[in-house]
Design a protein around this ligand. Structure first.
Ligand SMILES: [Zn+2]
Length: 142
C-alpha cells in the first residue's frame, strides 16, 4: 500500500493524516541540518568578503607581500617563533593548552607557535586554499 492511498482512504492501518504530518516533520528536522549551504549563498558571501578586504587594502593603501601572508597569529595578531617545532616539540608545547589531532602525528609537519599567546599552528588541509585566496584578494601573483 502506498503512502498516498493510506492517507486518502482514512487508513485501515490506523495511520492518520496527522501521523503522516508528524513523521514528515520529524524527517525534515533530521534532513534540514544536513543540507549543504547553497553555492549561490557561499559565492555571495565570498564576493562580499573579498570586496570588503579589497576596500580595506585600497583605503589604507596596504602593500602586502606573499611572505607576510599567514605570518601572524589569528587569535592575538602576535608573531611566530623563528624556527618551527617538530611534532614532538609541538605535543609538549600543547599540553594542557591545545589538542593536536593524533592524525597529524605521522605526518612530517612543522608547527609554529605564537610568541604571545602560545597558540600552535600547522599547515592543515585548508592552508594552501587560504594562501591562494589571499594571493587573489591581495592581487599578489604567485
Ligand atoms: Zn597569538
Amino acid at each position: 500500500m502506498s503512502l498516498a492511498s493510506g492517507v486518502g482512504s482514512g487508513s485501515d492501518e490506523g495511520v492518520t493524516l496527522a501521523d503522516v504530518v508528524e513523521r514528515l516533520k520529524a524527517i525534515e528536522d533530521i534532513v534540514r541540518p544536513l543540507q549543504p549551504i547553497p553555492d549561490a549563498l557561499n559565492a555571495l558571501d565570498d564576493t562580499v568578503r573579498d570586496q570588503r578586504q579589497q576596500q580595506v587594502i585600497d583605503t589604507f593603501q596596504l602593500k602586502i607581500s606573499e611572505d607576510q601572508l599567514m605570518s601572524r597569529c589569528t587569535k592575538c595578531n602576535g608573531r611566530f617563533i623563528q624556527k618551527p617545532l617538530t611534532v614532538d616539540e609541538a605535543i609538549e608545547a600543547s599540553k594542557g593548552f591545545q589538542i593536536i589531532p593524533s592524525c597529524l602525528f605521522n605526518r612530517n609537519l612543522e608547527f609554529w607557535k605564537c610568541t604571545d599567546c602560545n597558540q600552535l599552528y600547522w599547515e592543515g588541509t585548508q592552508y594552501h586554499n587560504a594562501v591562494q585566496k589571499f594571493l587573489s584578494v591581495c592581487n599578489i601573483s604567485d
